[in-house]
Design a protein around this ligand. Structure first.
Ligand code: THU
Length: 162
């Protein structure tokens, strides 16, 4: 008989004054990084800031190209930068922010599918899960305990090798 298989995903919504200073600083770093995005085609500025277990913060922003598919999202720029320089570092947190160029307010944006897949790969390789912080529509912050919340039925190396 058909059986329903389900997974629960959840995010926690915080007001900024409920967050710890480390996370607020990370979100502010992502906002600064977004302002340096190279996005002349979409005029959409995305910033990502990673906090590593050695205390370092690694930044990324979206890098576009006249050949559109050659561009890369902020999250992948940041994750590839971190893992290429510090392959053994664990990623503790990622803050992701986005806004249209020329607007002051950061708005709700969740990571695209390819970025979810890339972030998931690195989360699978480390002991602790990666916390994600996004800006909610009303300016509050959404927290996820894991990349899994964004990719519940994920493809991973387990699918390849088992
Ligand atoms: N973008 C990101 O940087 N991250 C995402 O998760 C979604 C989209 C960028 C890609 C492109 O430069 C612009 O936003 C519009 O899609």
């Amino acid at each position: 008989m058909a059986k329903r298989i389900s997974k629960e995903v959840s995010l926690t919504q915080y007001q900024v004054n409920e967050l710890d200073q480390e996370t607020i600083t990370l979100i502010e770093a992502a906002k600064k990084a977004a302002l340096n995005a190279y996005s002349p085609y979409s005029n959409f500025q995305v910033g990502a800031a990673l906090l590593l277990d050695n205390g370092e913060t690694i930044l990324g922003n979206n890098q576009e190209n006249a050949c559109y598919p050659a561009g890369l999202c902020a999250e992948r720029v940041a994750f590839f930068s971190a893992k290429s320089r510090l392959p053994d570092a664990q990623i503790l947190k990622v803050a992701i922010v986005a806004k249209p160029k020329g607007q002051e307010q950061f708005k709700m944006a969740t990571p695209c599918g390819s970025c979810r897949q890339v972030m998931s790969e690195y989360e699978n390789n480390q002991e602790q899960s990666i916390k994600v912080y996004l800006t909610a529509t009303d300016g509050s912050i959404l927290e996820s305990d894991s990349i899994d919340n964004f990719l519940p039925f994920k493809f991973s190396n387990k699918d390849l090798f088992s």
